[in-house]
Design a protein around this ligand. Structure first.
Ligand SMILES: [Zn+2]
Length: 117
């Protein structure tokens, strides 16, 4: 992804704002000063990462009213969106995903017509 100067400037301003809200770097949270700074940066970026996952997953296009159940192959009914907690490469995050209810299996799960999600 190519970033523009304006994008980088907004990141710099946002990073400054977030680090100010986090407060002073706690030197006891690392083996040295630089390690402590990096630990705080990781804490901030992990929180931003989790929020981005939630926001972008919520933008998933509108779903069909029905979808094929991946377990039994019958049609399930779209129930709306649901949130699910998951463990990502950067720690816990909340994902927003579609939910379909299969009357044959009597369970709800996320799936789409082609099974891809
Ligand atoms: Zn089913």
């Amino acid at each position: 992804m190519a970033t523009t100067t304006g994008f980088q400037e907004r990141i710099a301003a946002y990073a400054r704002q977030l680090s100010e809200e986090m407060g002073a770097v706690d030197a006891s949270k690392g083996v040295c000063w630089l390690d402590s700074i990096e630990n705080q940066a990781i804490e901030i970026t992990n929180a931003v990462h989790a929020e981005l996952l939630k926001q972008r997953s919520n933008e998933y296009p509108p779903q069909d009213d029905e979808s094929v159940c991946p377990k039994c192959g019958k049609l399930g009914q779209y129930r709306g969106k649901r949130e699910r907690e998951l463990l990502t490469r950067r720690g816990p995050a909340t994902l927003v995903e579609p939910e379909y209810y299969c009357p044959a299996c009597r369970r709800a799960s996320p799936y789409s017509k082609n099974g891809a999600r």
